[in-house]
Design a protein around this ligand. Structure first.
Ligand code: AMP
Length: 195
């Protein structure tokens, strides 16, 4: 089985992807995490992505499509299924994903939008930065009010058009991402089904 979680930065995709892993064994695939790992490791992809990510822009489609295609092709993901968090982020990426699935003889099982309001996003990202600081951890370079504003504009302009792309094909389901975390998980489980 596979699931795509869609929604703006800070809407709870990462948290819910981790819960879908616990409940169903699906492997969370976060392009943001993969890119941050590439930056930390100083790979070619990481060196190209670093400044773009820090500015809150999207890295080029071919770069993330390559990263995701490699990972989806690996044995553990093929076996356990996956939950996508942060991919696709453009209609071109959504189309590449459709082609990838077709080549592998897979279908996308659940495409789910987490609906949230923008004010809540600022509060959540601010909290994520404060929690990381309090725990003595590193704060993401792009978790600040200024970059978040840019990331939300980028979301509106480049990512939101994915919603009608999937909706018109009758493949999109929306849940209330403003509900508390457990409630959102219950909504997702009602869609995804029993483990
Ligand atoms: P995230 O952790 O999902 O918020 O992603 C952090 C940053 O990584 C984004 O602001 C982008 O710069 C980059 N990124 C992550 N996923 C993608 C994607 N699918 N397409 C383009 N850029 C991405």
């Amino acid at each position: 089985m596979n699931v795509i979680l869609l929604g703006p930065p800070g809407c709870g995709k990462g948290t819910q992807a981790a819960r879908l892993k616990e409940k169903y064994g699906l492997i969370p695939l976060s392009t943001g995490d993969m890119l941050r790992a590439a930056v930390a490791a100083g790979t070619d992809v990481g060196m190209k992505a670093k400044a773009i990510m820090e500015a809150g822009h999207l890295v080029p489609d071919d770069m993330v499509v390559g990263v995701i295609a490699d990972r989806i092709g690996e044995r553990d993901v093929q076996k356990a299924g996956f939950v996508l968090d942060g991919f696709p982020r453009t209609v071109a990426q959504a189309k590449s994903l459709d082609e990838m699935m077709k080549r592998m003889g897979w279908t996308l099982d659940h495409i789910i939008e987490l609906k949230v309001d923008e004010k809540a996003l600022f509060d959540r990202i601010d909290k994520r930065a404060r929690d990381a600081r309090a725990a003595g951890g590193e704060v993401r370079a792009d978790d600040n009010a200024e970059t978040l504003k840019k990331r939300i504009v980028v979301y509106r302009e480049q990512t939101q058009p994915i919603l009608p792309y999937y909706r018109e094909q009758g493949r999109l389901v929306s849940v209330d991402g403003m509900a508390d975390i457990d409630d959102v998980s219950r909504q997702l489980e009602a869609i995804v089904g029993r483990p």
